[in-house]
Write a protein that binds this ligand. Structure first.
Ligand code: GLU
Length: 474
């Protein structure tokens, strides 16, 4: 593919296409469909920040795609390829994502066009605080308005700067810290948010691999045990996805980053690779592994499950025909283009779509927001009570039967739940339930060609219902 063609490619155009493909299977009035699919508010800003001796003018965005539920929700990315089309597409994906996993928010997204690696921590703090101020000025942030979170190039540190800036402007606002999620646990964050997206990806793929008839169609056995996995991206999402696939019995045979990729048929130790990259600055030359020259080479390896966990447009018209994986799990947002999907469908490859598969992050963001509004850690009130109750039951049963549990059994059954236990189990339930809804729609409407279209049908139905109950559309 010529590079200019790649630049012309519209990510938002792809999302509109997915939406229209799904809407064609439904019977809603055009006005309602239009209200859902377009972006409600697009805020492009430029602001000056002092960088060394210079004033630098920074380009940034916040897009709120849908206000059918409030607040709106979505991450903020720091990257050089941030542009309006991309932020609009990502905001729209957030709307559908939230609907699919029953998170009662509209979709939004933010982007700051910078390469975060080029700035000192001080400078990044100044940029983040100034960006937050711009959002405040235009009512684009607030616990009941629009709630940002981490995305590509941002993390807990940036979220705590955002929270601090917001609460400085609104002292005494009792729910103020709910203005952003993905905060450090010490700053109003929630245990389990960091690994949430990667864990959700794992739960989603595990669920997909649990249906015998679907697996038979793909020529695979049921379950994850022994399945080969390739992960592109060793950021927060890719790292945790690799970790949970490994712990779940799958074999991670290749890992890719932008500087290249490595492969080992015997499986890679994701943690050792992560440390190696941290120490040497590159994923390449990992002892015992084979170097692949280009990151994109990893995408074309023969494997059972391919997990693109980096950026959009990774599998496109130019390489889709070479993909050998049986399942592609979209951990990133938009890694498969619309043109590529047509080719993958013809090859019988199952694509588990981003709007479902990476929704674990926003699901746990929702839990964090609930925690912030309720001003109490999950489990704080009940943990000790449950522990005492469970141990009393164990003792009574032991007394009645004359048999006693060993220490390990007693610990397993006797304990009360911590916050992280609630978060993980809430996430697991959410991912399983949403997958079943998508699969049920695909069975209900046999002309639906893929899981992405089925997932969009699930989302559109729920959003339409929200508008209908508002009385906006009869
Ligand atoms: N940036 C993440 C996403 O794309 C998380 C959004 C959130 O937690 O609000 O889903």
């Amino acid at each position: 593919m010529a590079s200019h063609e790649h630049e012309e490619h519209s990510f938002f155009g792809d999302v509109m296409k997915y939406f229209e493909n799904a809407a064609a299977h439904l019977d809603y009035p055009k006005g309602l469909l239009d209200q859902i699919k377009y972006c409600n508010s697009v805020y492009r800003m430029r602001f000056p920040v002092r960088v060394g001796e210079e004033l630098e003018v920074i380009e940034a965005y916040r897009v709120e795609h849908s206000h059918h539920r409030m607040p709106t929700k979505g991450g903020i990315r720091y990257a050089m390829n941030v542009n309006q089309d991309e932020v609009m597409a990502l905001a729209a994906l957030m709307t559908y994502k939230c609907a699919i996993v029953d998170v009662p928010f509209g979709g939004a997204k933010g982007g700051v066009k910078i390469d975060p690696k080029k700035y000192t921590v001080d400078q990044l703090e100044r940029i983040t605080r100034r960006y937050t101020t711009e959002l405040i000025k235009k009512n684009f942030i607030g616990p009941g308005l629009d709630v940002p979170a981490p995305d590509y190039g941002t993390g807990e540190r940036e979220m705590s700067w955002i929270m601090d800036t917001y609460t400085t402007f609104f002292p005494g606002q009792i729910d103020g810290i709910g203005c952003v999620t993905g905060k450090p646990v010490t700053q109003g964050g929630i245990a389990g948010r960091r690994e949430a997206t990667g864990l959700g990806v794992y739960f989603g793929v595990r669920e997909a691999c649990s249906f015998a008839d679907d697996m038979e169609r793909l020529g695979m056995t049921v379950g994850l045990e022994g399945k080969t996995v390739v992960v592109q991206g060793l950021g927060n999402v890719g790292y945790h996805a690799a970790k949970f696939f490994h712990e779940g019995g799958a074999k991670v045979v290749a890992l890719a980053e932008y500087e290249g990729a490595i492969y080992s048929a015997d499986g890679l130790d994701y943690e050792a690779v992560f440390q190696h990259r941290k120490a040497t600055g590159s994923i390449l030359n990992f002892p015992g592994a084979t170097n692949l020259a280009k990151s994109s080479d990893a995408l074309e390896l023969a494997c059972d499950i391919l997990i693109p966990a980096a950026l959009e447009n990774q599998i496109h018209e130019g390489n889709a025909a070479n993909i050998k994986a049986k399942i592609i799990g979209e951990a990133a947002n938009g890694p498969v283009t619309a043109e590529a999907e047509v080719i993958l469908n013809k090859k019988g490859i199952m694509v588990i779509p981003d709007i479902y598969l990476n929704a674990g992050g926003v699901t746990v963001s929702y839990f964090e927001w609930l925690k912030n509004l309720s001003h109490v850690r999950f489990g704080r009130l009940g943990k000790r009570f449950d522990e005492t109750l469970n141990n009393n039951i164990i003792s009574a049963v032991e007394e009645m039967t004359g048999k006693s549990l060993n220490d390990k059994q007693r610990q397993l059954i006797g304990r009360g739940a911590d916050e992280v236990d609630f978060v993980h189990s809430g996430l697991e339930e959410t991912m399983i339930e949403a997958y079943r809804q998508i699969r049920a729609v695909k069975k209900e409407i046999p002309s639906i060609p893929d899981y992405r279209t089925a997932a969009f049908v699930v989302a559109i139905r729920k959003i339409a219902k929200a508008y209908e109950s508002l009385g906006v559309f009869p």
